[in-house]
Each structure stands twice: as C-alpha cells, then as structure tokens.
Design a protein around this ligand. Structure first.
Ligand SMILES: Cc1cc2nc3c(=O)[nH]c(=O)nc-3n(C[C@H](O)[C@H](O)[C@H](O)COP(=O)(O)OP(=O)(O)OC[C@H]3O[C@@H](n4cnc5c(N)ncnc54)[C@H](O)[C@@H]3O)c2cc1C
Length: 316
C-alpha cells in the first residue's frame, strides 16, 4: 500500500489552503495518507488536517523550528520518510515548499517532479511548452517527490480525524547555521492570490498606479485578491508578489477578472487554468478575448466602478 506524506505549510495559525488541497487529493488517491506539521505551537492545526483526509498527522512542535527555514524541515521530513517508510512526499507550491522539496530530494536522492497539476498516486501530469501540452511524468527513484501548482486541487473537508503523533526534531549541525533575522509581510487584506477563489487582475490599461484602487475595490467586493501583469509590476505600479504569468505566479481561481490586460502569452500561461475568465478591454481585438469566457469591450474606468457598485448591492 502506498504511504504518502503531505507537507502542511501554515501561516498565522492556519494550514495553507494549497496544502489542504494536496492532502484532499492524496486522500482521494487512497493508501496510507499522513500530514506533517513543523513549527512552534502547531499541534492544534492537526485537527484541520484530519478533517481533510490525513489518517495521521506527524507534529514537529519545537521552538527550534519556529522560523520558516527550509533545512530544519528537511531534517524532520527526511527522518520521517526513512523511519516510517513513506514512498511519496507531496507539496503545494510556495517559496518555502520549493526549498524544502529540493533539499529533501538531495538528501534522499529522490526524484522530484515540479509544477504538476494532477497525480494518481503513480503518474503526475505536468503542463509543458507554455502550457500547450500536458506530459505524463513518473519517477524512477524509490521515493517520489512532487510539487503541485497553486490551486491544482480544491480543499474539501471529509470530516475525518487524525491520529496525532510526535515527529522527532533532531537537527543536523549544518541545518542550524542559518537564522532568520527578520520576517516582513507585505500589507495585504483578504486572501493571497495563490489561495483566492476570485482574482481581479490589473494591467497597463488601468492607466496609472493609483487606478489600481479600481481593482482593489472590485476584489474587496467579490472577496478576492488583486493580481497584476508584468508590465505594471516592472513599472512599479504594483508589487512583484502579485505578478501572474510565465515569470510570476500560476493561479487557477474560480473567477479571474482581467482589467485592461492585453492577454500576452506570457500572462496567459499563468492564469489560463482559471475556471471562468472575464475580460474588460477597450480593444475588441485584444488577444485576451480569444480565451476569455466573457468579454466586455469598453473603457474600464467607466465599467469597473459600476460593476463594483452592483456587486456590493447584490452582496448587501
Ligand atoms: C520572457 C518574458 C516573460 C514575461 N513574463 C510575463 C509574466 O509573467 N506576466 C505577464 O503579465 N507578462 C509577462 N511578460 C510580458 C508580456 O509579454 C506583456 O508585455 C504583458 O503581459 C503586458 O501587460 P499588460 O496586458 O498589462 O499591458 P499591455 O499589453 O500594454 O495591454 C494593456 C491593455 O489594456 C487595454 N486598455 C487600455 N486602456 C484601457 C481602458 N481605458 N479600458 C479598458 N482597456 C484598456 C489595451 O487595449 C491593452 O489591451 C513577459 C515577457 C517576456 C518577454
């Protein structure tokens, strides 16, 4: 029987939605599915993991692993894989997960497949060539490691509960050499673009940085997050962390509203997995209309404030 371990990333007292989505998928694939929580004061989060399909949650709860640094997490996971005989370790894409997965692959001499959007327990699905084809990928190593794209799987509670067990925190000397001096968070209201069901994205068509308030107000009304194209990020209109596309993040929300975005291929590859794409653009020949589900040709400065009002009125 397959033995799968899911790395459960957590922020501000909650397991990241992406990790719960991967856990949900692992549980659907079947076999022996466990989660691992590493941090300080994280034991209480095990309940949510149990509710999303983990039969066991390994908890490494220790002050020495409080900071979100990768190497101590590699130590904890490597020991678990060796001691408990896990043959599969799954991660939801994030900066931390990327470092932990890469470190674990090196430590275990295991194969790591990256940017997957599906997995049946044996074979993964990876979009390639700017997402124009899907490739089936496998592993030749004894332990399979996989990192999934943001939003690849929905987190669905199944109502179960997990056995909570302690995982050993025995760190290698070299893993304690890095210390976290400071951690800064970008000011953000509402969900991150990786976690949001609704994304309102702004492009150069907004005209000036201050007009991002149009995207922010619509996103707030819809309970979503704000994303941006590279053109506006490069121009300093919005933070890099909000960039969607080939050199930014890949997102797949339920709804993606594109405001003043032309729909260049490098932007498209980061958002074409969205369930419903709505585009507002004044140019009827803008490429985004070729793949939008709903297109509105017009001036966003006229349309968006009215749309926001409508959404607010509906919600009220
Ligand atoms: C190697 C490489 C990597 C790249 N990576 C990325 C990436 O990760 N993400 C990314 O986004 N881009 C990326 N790009 C850049 C990409 O090619 C495009 O230049 C960029 O996406 C365009 O951004 P935009 O749609 O905001 O701007 P534009 O292409 O300038 O489009 C602006 C749109 O706004 C519309 N508009 C203007 N005024 C209004 C109005 N009042 N109302 C309604 N619509 C209006 C226009 O009709 C136009 O379609 C990359 C490029 C390269 C070469």
């Amino acid at each position: 029987m397959a033995k799968t371990l899911v790395f459960l990333e957590h922020h501000e007292g909650a397991i990241a939605k992406g990790s719960l989505g991967v856990l949900t998928k692992a549980a659907k694939n079947g076999g022996d599915v466990a989660g691992v929580l590493v941090g300080s004061d994280v034991r209480a989060l095990a309940e949510a993991a149990g509710a999303h399909g983990a039969a066991t949650v390994w908890v490494a709860d220790d002050a020495s692993v409080a900071a979100p640094l990768p190497q101590p997490r590699v130590d904890v996971l490597a020991r678990l894989v060796r001691d408990e005989g896990f043959d599969t370790v799954l991660f939801a894409q994030s900066v931390l997960a990327a470092d932990v997965a890469a470190g674990l692959a090196a430590r275990l001499d295991a194969g790591l497949n990256w940017g997957l959007v599906d997995f049946d327990g044996e074979t993964g699905k990876a979009p390639q060539l700017s997402d124009t084809v899907y490739v089936d990928v496998g592993w030749s190593s004894a332990v399979k490691l996989a990192v999934f794209r943001a939003g690849a799987f929905d987190a669905e509670p199944s109502g179960g509960s997990a056995d909570v067990k302690d995982a050993a925190v025995e760190l290698e000397d070299f893993s304690t050499l890095a210390t976290m001096v400071e951690q800064a968070h970008a000011e953000q209201q509402g969900p991150s673009i990786e976690d949001a069901d609704v994304i309102v994205a702004g492009g150069r068509g907004l005209g000036e940085p201050e007009k991002f308030s149009l995207a922010e107000e619509l996103a707030q009304a819809l309970g979503g997050a704000v994303a941006a194209t590279r053109a506006v990020v490069d121009a300093g209109w919005y933070p890099y962390s909000a960039q969607v596309g080939q050199t930014g993040k890949t997102v797949s929300p339920k709804l993606y509203v594109a405001l003043g975005i032309s729909g260049a291929i490098q932007h498209k590859v980061g958002m074409q997995g969205s369930n419903v794409i709505v585009a507002i653009n004044k140019d009827p020949n803008a490429p985004i209309f070729e793949f939008a589900d709903l297109g509105v040709v017009g001036d966003l400065h006229q349309i968006v404030p009215k749309l926001t009002e409508l959404v607010r009125a509906r919600r009220a």
